[in-house]
Write a protein that binds this ligand. Structure first.
Ligand SMILES: [Ca+2]
Ligand SMILES: [Ca+2]
Ligand SMILES: [Ca+2]
Length: 300
């Protein structure tokens, strides 16, 4: 069979499918589904969901505003008060696209910096009660020590970055107040607690995956993939990590992240919207239908 013949045959199959009345509704739903659901692309980080973390490093710029609710997030180009500053610690924001959560920072999530490693992503169901930010939970023992999860988080995504070129991974756990978490190294950064999951809770099998981890990207590349205001032009590169939160029930959540020293932390709040299973099923069904027709044609 020649290439031209193949193309003609595929077109014939598609044409023969379309006029059938019983196909009109599924095809319309498929088209509407894809229009209504922005299927996440690896390079589209989505909407900035960063909220004020309760600490600001001074100044009156938009990035130091004391509240949430306007575009831009509240943490771009700042680290927490009295912390060693600079891009190597800076976390710019949380972004959400469907069920894909992205973190952008000058901080190198995979390699860490100065021996301080990335923490894990803590998640709380948004039931009208915010998680307890940092020092307000417990108030003691924040010197890289193990404490109970008194911060209110319901889930944690444990980030496992492989050394060098080794593979990266993540695991999700359902946690409660009995789970053990680790506090940041510097006591004065207790407002960034907690930084890492230690033990307890129940692993969620469907929550395991491979994060998308970028190298050092320019501001231009980052900004081209944001739905909304660009990051402040710091003239320095950024690192990006994306995880799929498709294991979460659809709904609203808080998100938290910091690194081992706690020099900067991120809080986020947004709606996780998994790609509807009906859309996936319709897509699979249509592909299957074409395949069936194809096999029938070949058998003739
Ligand atoms: Ca802050
Ligand atoms: Ca920055
Ligand atoms: Ca920051």
């Amino acid at each position: 069979m020649t290439g031209t013949k193949k193309l003609a045959t595929l077109r014939e199959i598609l044409m023969s499918l379309l006029p059938k009345p019983w196909l009109v509704l599924p095809v319309m739903l498929l088209v509407l589904g894809f229009q209504g659901t922005p299927v996440a692309q690896a390079t589209n980080y989505g909407t900035n969901i960063t909220i004020y973390d309760g600490m600001r490093s001074g100044g009156t710029g938009w990035h130091n505003r004391g509240g949430e609710g306007t575009a831009g997030g509240g943490e771009d180009q700042e680290v927490e008060p009295n912390c060693v500053t600079g891009q190597v610690w800076d976390l710019e924001g949380f972004y959400l696209q469907g069920a894909k959560l992205t973190m952008i920072g000058g901080f190198n999530f995979k390699a860490g910096y100065g021996g301080y490693e990335s923490g894990d992503i803590f998640i709380k169901t948004d039931n009208g009660v915010a998680p307890k930010y940092g020092t307000t939970a417990g108030g003691t023992g924040y010197n890289n020590t193990v404490v109970s999860n008194s911060f209110g988080y319901d889930y944690v995504v444990k980030l496992i970055f492989g050394a060098g070129s080794a593979a990266d991974a993540y695991e999700a756990y359902l946690i409660d107040a009995n789970a053990q978490v680790r506090t940041v190294t510097y006591q004065q950064n207790g407002g960034s607690n907690p930084w890492r999951y230690v033990s307890g809770g129940t692993q969620i099998p469907s929550g395991s995956g491979t994060p998308e981890v970028s190298g050092n990207l320019s501001n231009a590349i980052i900004n081209a993939n944001l739905n909304g205001p660009p990051l402040a032009d710091d003239g320095k590169g950024h690192y990006v990590v994306t995880v799929d939160l498709g294991f979460l029930p659809q709904g609203n959540y808080y998100f938290h992240f910091t690194q081992g020293c706690g020099n900067d932390d991120l809080m986020g709040r947004g709606a996780v919207v998994p790609v509807p299973a009906s859309v996936l099923l319709l897509g699979t069904g249509l592909v299957g239908l074409v395949g069936l027709k194809w096999r029938r044609r070949k058998a003739v």
